[in-house]
Design a protein around this ligand. Structure first.
Ligand SMILES: C[S@@+](CC[C@H](N)C(=O)[O-])C[C@H]1O[C@@H](n2cnc3c(N)ncnc32)[C@H](O)[C@@H]1O
Length: 293
């Protein structure tokens, strides 16, 4: 087991045993909960970076259940999900079929991508790169297969003691207590989910990735902090767990108002924020077109 190259075994175990990994966050139209809301916002910002790249081959590496890849497939890209975990990909296929989306599914490693040089229009990853200590190698593979004019978007969730999520700790503890009391009073016996396996996460910031991108030949590059709202949930060890439908509706209404105010004051897309504040950051780059292209 190589703990610093994607934590492959730990993820595979997680996909097999943890109940929350069955959830999928793509939704057309109105989102049902905060995580779908977040993914719709991720997609809106991605679209603005993609510019006029609106079709062609889109590959999500470390695609898992395919939440982000689904937006590409829904927008008409010829989409491919690649992951080391066959279990995760089976869940992605199930989700796609249910949503009438088509894609190809490859059990593979981002360190040895089974694609020709210059063959993919868009490459993305969500929550993958922070699980490597050597991030140069997966970046080099991504850039190798990216077409001239193509776009690379890595969404990274770094290890951090303090971020916007810190604000939600007291709220989440209170919600957990209420949830637990509700179960005790209601006499419901809750099955304890298997323990969450520990994952390696690096602490690199966007500067580290941007240097790598530039040294590997991407000249049009950039980054932004993102996910400026904390996850609010009764689930202590997995705050991506949605609450009741009514609670989620209220929460999303609050978020819309706050993001509207923040966007008006800051003049930026409200889903982007300073890197130290957000739950994640995105490092993107476009591959130069070769002369004559
Ligand atoms: C945090 S999960 C993200 C899953 C997915 N992007 C999502 O949002 O649901 C990271 C994924 O990367 C996969 N992974 C880990 N190491 C990998 C590698 N070397 N190559 C390809 N996928 C890898 C794991 O199996 C896992 O599905």
């Amino acid at each position: 087991m190589n703990l610093r190259s994607g934590d492959v075994d730990t993820f595979d175990t997680s996909w097999r045993i943890r109940p929350e990994t069955k959830r999928y966050h793509f939704k057309r139209g109105k989102p049902d909960h905060q995580v779908q809301f977040a993914f719709q916002n991720h997609w809106r910002v991605f679209r603005s970076i993609l510019g006029n790249v609106r079709s062609g081959v889109a590959l999500e590496v470390g695609a898992g259940r395919g939440s982000m890849a689904a937006f590409f497939a829904d927008a008409g890209f010829d989409t491919c999900l690649l992951d080391t975990s066959a279990t995760a990909l089976a869940s992605g296929r199930y989700n796609f079929e249910r949503d009438d989306l088509s894609a190809s599914y490859i059990v593979g490693d981002v360190l040895r991508l089974p694609f020709d040089d210059n063959s993919v229009d868009v490459i993305t990853s969500i929550g993958l790169m922070e699980h490597f200590d050597d991030v140069r190698t997966p970046c080099a593979e991504q850039i190798r297969i990216l077409k001239p004019g193509g776009v690379l978007l890595n969404y990274i969730v770094p290890e951090r003691a303090i971020s916007v999520q810190t604000l939600a700790i007291p709220i989440n503890l209170l919600l957990r207590l209420i949830h637990w009391l509700g179960q005790v009073i209601g006499g419901k016996k809750r099955a304890t989910p298997p323990a969450k396996p520990a994952l390696y996460r690096n602490e690199y910031d966007s500067k580290h990735y941007l240097e790598i991108y530039r040294s590997l030949g991407l000249d049009d590059v950039g980054s932004y902090g993102t996910f400026p709202m904390p996850l609010v949930s009764h689930s202590y060890d997995f705050p991506f767990s949605p609450m009741s439908p009514d609670a989620e509706k209220v929460l999303m209404a609050c978020w819309r108002v706050l993001l509207g105010i923040y966007g008006a004051i800051s003049g930026r897309d409200p889903w982007t924020c300073p890197e130290r504040w957000g739950l994640a950051f995105v490092v993107w780059g476009k591959k130069s077109r070769e002369e004559g292209d």
